[in-house]
Design a protein. Structure first.
Length: 316
């Protein structure tokens, strides 16, 4: 059985996420406890009992999703009675950090602290309201890039997430993104959805964040991953620590090439995808990119058991 593990990014959070893993799997409970200790406050209490507004704070969202996703990874392994051995892994934006924790490249403590820092730096990089993001549905990447070039007018406006062949998120200065939205809407045959985000992620406005993260990387102990990591910034499968650190640096201000990453995984060869963490957004994108291949989202106990049956060869 060859399978890939995929890890969600920011936006998948919801109050109460991961509670079933905490209640039913000791390995998952230990993940929440270690994350609390690493941050010096009860992240788990905010995850289980906090409001959507609390969870939406970037400094909370990022470590919260990482923690829940790693807990799902540990719970699935505990359910199977064995360590998971994927052919490769990938994560969407924040999820790339989660994949590194799952594969042993980063410790959970370092991973949680690093994304807490990342979230804070991203929030501080651009004054609130000065940046914007919007999802464009129906346009190809080349078409979106052409519109962004027309709309920029000396400001930043660029593709930020290539989620599927016909879903691209744009990011940049608010005025430039709004110009791009008007251009696209003027064409009359595409859908544009403004995103409620705290900052314009994955564009040149995030370059100062990348520089500060690069300094933080120097204080962390890194290890080679247990399997290849398909990087957001290049859609290449990486195994060397130096390459992975450089990919994380570039990822901060570059597009997340999710569609291309899934195609890379398909080239490596996999029987299925297991999405570990809240929501099932990546599972939906995999279906679009892979023309119907079934993914297995593990966001709750029921999803975990379905994924476990797949890995046992009991689900077709």
């Amino acid at each position: 059985m060859r399978y890939a593990l995929i890890f969600p990014g920011q936006g998948a959070q919801r109050p109460g996420m991961g509670r079933e893993f905490y209640d039913n799997y000791q390995s998952a409970k230990s993940v929440f406890e270690e994350a609390d200790d690493a941050l010096g406050f009860s992240l788990s209490d905010i995850i289980f009992n906090g409001t959507p507004e609390q969870l939406a704070q970037t400094t909370i969202t990022q470590p919260a999703i990482l923690t829940v996703s790693v807990a799902a990874y540990k719970a699935l392994g505990e359910e199977l009675g064995m360590e998971l051995t994927p052919c490769c892994v990938a994560g969407h934006s924040l999820g790339e950090y989660t994949s590194l924790v799952a594969m042993g490249t980063l410790s959970l403590t370092d991973g949680v602290r690093l994304v807490n820092l990342r979230g804070g730096l991203m929030q501080e990089a651009v004054p609130f309201g000065a940046g914007q993001m919007a999802a464009v549905v129906g346009m190809t990447l080349d078409e979106v890039c052409e519109v962004c070039g027309e709309a920029a007018q000396g400001q930043i406006c660029q593709a930020a997430n290539v989620n599927s062949p016909t879903q691209v998120v744009i990011s940049g200065h608010t005025e430039a993104v709004e110009r791009a939205v008007r251009i696209i809407e003027g064409k009359g045959c595409y859908k544009v959805v403004p995103l409620r985000v705290s900052a314009p992620f994955h564009c040149e406005l995030m370059r100062p964040v990348a520089d500060k993260l690069k300094e933080a990387f120097k204080e962390i102990k890194w290890a080679e991953p247990k399997c290849p990591i398909v990087a957001n910034a290049s859609a290449r499968a990486l195994t060397k620590v130096d390459d992975i650190k450089e990919a994380l640096f570039i990822q901060t201000f570059s597009p997340v090439l999710w569609s291309q990453s899934v195609l890379t995984i398909e080239g490596i060869g996999t029987d299925g995808y297991i999405e570990l963490g809240p929501g099932s957004v990546l599972s939906g994108l995999v279906r679009k990119i892979c023309n119907g291949k079934r993914p297995y989202p593990v966001a709750d106990a029921a999803g975990l058991l379905t994924a476990a049956n797949f890995l046992r060869g009991e689900t077709k």
